[in-house]
Design a protein around this ligand. Sequence first.
Ligand code: A2P
Length: 255
Amino acid sequence: MNNLQKVLSVSQWTENLFSFKITRPKEFKFKSGEFVMIGLPGKDNKPILRAYSICSPNWSDELEFYSIIVENGPLTSKLKNIKINDEIILMTKSTGTLILDALLPGKRLFLFSTGTGFAPFASIIRDPEAFEKFEKIIVTHTCRNIKELDYSQSIINKCKTNDVLQELTNDKLIYYQTTTREESLSFGRITNKIIDNSMYKDLKIEPINSRSDRVMICGSIEFNNDLKKILLNLDYKEGATNKPGEYVIEKAFVG
Ligand code: A2P
């Protein structure tokens, strides 16, 4: 496989957040929710590579990624300048724990994310297999400010307006966004909203339980740990690719 792929489009969401699409070689296979190493040539032609969750569902012809710009970050300080037709290095093997196979069967699937942790869920909520396996999918995204929710909102809009996706997600996909540093319709950390039941009240749904609900978590390390504690208190057992469980967890990559 040729490791170099072409940039097809770039979208800037905020000063620090952008997404881009690249060509997908036919031989490149992945499961929705997985990540892959991508990058750019660096000094002396040594590649600078980082792990990026693939935002596209596995049926897509293109590969989409969502990135934060890390100040002085060796890759993202270059990656932020990419343009259509530029070349990106794509490694051949994808991997990750946020995949449907790592979860036991259940009725509802909860996907909890902060910041760029939404990326793997952009893939899963556009995968028909997720909707075959679960009756409802509840995806949450928490950011500091309203503008930082634009990317996840745009993916949800696609799910609700694209003919094929609409049929798939209709009545089954619930999106819940919250902010923590700017007043919005739903203000506060998702962890607090689970503990005080306000998330369930806002969405008019039953509280989460390990018998029928499966969970994926993707955000900062602190966020992942805090949410994991909540799940452990509810008797949740962690899953892995070789041993499915009731929840899976992965830290959002910094880019
Ligand atoms: P907060 O503003 O209260 O820190 P960041 O930009 O730092 O990665 O954070 C992204 C979002 O995740 C912010 O809204 C932040 O809320 C929230 N967050 C960070 N840590 C936690 C945590 N331990 N539990 C719940 N939410 C968190």
